[in-house]
Write a protein that binds this ligand. Sequence first.
Ligand code: ADP
Ligand code: MG
Length: 284
Amino acid sequence: MINSLRKLLKKLGIGALATGKKLAEEAKGTKKIHRIIAVANQKGGVGKTTTAINLAAYLAMMGNKVLLIDMDPQANSTIGLGIRKDDVSDSIADILVDKAKIKDVILPTKINGLSLIPASVHLADAEIKLVGMNFRETILKNSIHNLTRDYDFVLIDCPPSLGLLALNALTAADSVVIPVQCEYFALEGLGEFMNVVSLIQERVNPGLEIDGILLTMHQEKTKHVNQILKDIRKLYGGNVYTSVIPRDEKFPESSSFGKPIGLYDPDSDGARAYEKFTHEFLGQ
Ligand code: ADP
Ligand code: MG
């Protein structure tokens, strides 16, 4: 995977930034309020969309103005927020390739203070079209630049791949939240993704910070899973959130009803875990 990103960066003519590491260090500790956060991991099914939807929803329920951008052609964030594919006329794809006005693409959601830029199946075509465009890795960054004044937080739900869509998201982002499923192969995929973050910092986005690694779908009763948790904390220490999201069947259920878990079942274990995580994310 990281080799595919390396190849992509090479094709785009993007070399190492001499000052990359230094700028990244300087950027640390200056957390902006008007932040763009990518929720990313090249693995599928680790809880990216669930984290993007529920972090966005709790941030909004706590009084922030939040925008969620669905950058996955599968449109799971869009559907999970109750917006039907058929109801989407313009999507993030139109912003990336057709220069649609971003304000025309923003939709309201059932949560006060939470807006959405939806995805559509056209996003897969858009990724192919991007290859032939100038400044293709900075198109999202340039399109949403002015929006950050209007929102406290802009979240980007990334696709499970390392192509131009993920590259655009990680180039636009100030920081990244990395959901990791508590399972046997978690460590392997995580090491690879951390290399990706370093590569992005070196080549395109020196200010990109790691917000943290969020452990998801935890099942306490499984013994080897607890060992994996220990190993991840040992290796990535300060970068791992204290909050852990438990496995809770209410998540797929709430998505099928088009609601964040905080609306669907606020007293469930899963809802309480994301609420707690949101406080931790905010440094509270
Ligand atoms: P990704 O976006 O990384 O592909 P998703 O957030 O879509 O992952 O999660 C994959 C599947 O697992 C979805 O069906 C989702 O509802 C479910 N899921 C996510 N988090 C949990 C959890 N904590 N407990 C149970 N199911 C979960
Ligand atoms: Mg997803």
